[in-house]
Design a protein around this ligand. Sequence first.
Ligand code: HEC
Ligand code: HEC
Length: 326
Amino acid sequence: MVEERNDGKLNALSRRKLITAGAALAAGAVTSGGVLGVAPGMAAAGENVNVVVNGKEISGPAQIVKGTALVPARPVAEALGASVAWEQGTKTVKITGGAAGVAAAPAWPWPYKKLDPEVVAQKGYDGYYKGACCYGAFNAIVSELAKVVGFPYTMMPTDMFRYGEGGIAGWSTICGALNGACAAINLVVGEKDVMKLVDELMGWYTTYQFPNFKPVTPKVDKELVTNAAGSTLCHVSVTNWCKVSGYGAKSPERSERCGRLTGDVVKYAVQLLNDYTDGKFAASYLPPASIGECMGCHGDKAMNNTRGKQDCVQCHDLPNPKPPHK
Ligand code: HEC
Ligand code: HEC
């Protein structure tokens, strides 16, 4: 019989058979003497067992007793980041802290390693057809970082970005590919410089001739017309492309255009991140002159009645940029 002594150590046992007890704390009941009972699977009664917590073998005895695998509480709990105390008087094993084997996320920003922009672009395109633009963009960068860096990216649920489809649930506000890519940039670039990179990506988006990315096996295998999105808004970006291409907003061609655009956006985002990592990041986007002109009055202390970096004259088609604008 396995017994825990009041110094917390356990008596040694000899023969052992392998089980995995990754979730032992959650699944097992604490039985007499600070031993966790877990369902034994294939192991036969009386056989001793090995215990592996998150890939690491735990030293200390474990065995099957009456159909239950009894494993030592202390090394299992400690391997999961908890501490164990034995109260002799009440014969109680006290396990405190520890989050069932899940390590805490490190502080923002997370470590970045240079990625291959072409690989990420293809992933962005593929992801678009699984969970749309925003998911496609975020997932492309973060799942690639999960491969290259590993933890903590391995614990990031990229599905959280599915909401961004169609400029957020079809509202046609911010382009989802931008939204997802900016979130990924934000994850890996700290407070000091994140806005500079995001600003560059947003501005670049308004002038770039989309779509340019060539998928390995396109879902819609056609040459597609390119144009400048003109705006970071899904509405403007999609509608202007529909106008120049002649395809409808709900056509497979328009979807294909946005899939390839997702590839283009993450490719540039990764180029920016790689340059930033090499200390070579330089912004290239120049805002249209109208913004400075309009904001000279509307953004100043006296008027202070609007904000933003979007091309004002695109929406405000004023006959005269100076008041009374008539
Ligand atoms: C010299 C300062 C100045 C500049 C430059 C300027 N505005 Fe104005 N704008 C005004 C003033 C003053 C009004 C009137 C405000 C009021 O009556 O409340 C106004 C009104 C407006 C209005 C609301 C009323 C209307 O006439 O439609 C819009 C929209 C507007 N401006 C957009 C713009 C845009 C876009 C630009 C750049 C192309 C621009 N403004 C440049 C000073 C300026
Ligand atoms: C995507 C389109 C869009 C862009 C780009 C845009 N605006 Fe507007 N703006 C609007 C809309 C829509 C309103 C609300 C108009 C209304 O309700 O009459 C508005 C309102 C305004 C008003 C108040 C108008 C009033 O009647 O008093 C001002 C001033 C203004 N915008 C200035 C600007 C300036 C300056 C810029 C550039 C930095 C800009 N806008 C960019 C769409 C836009």
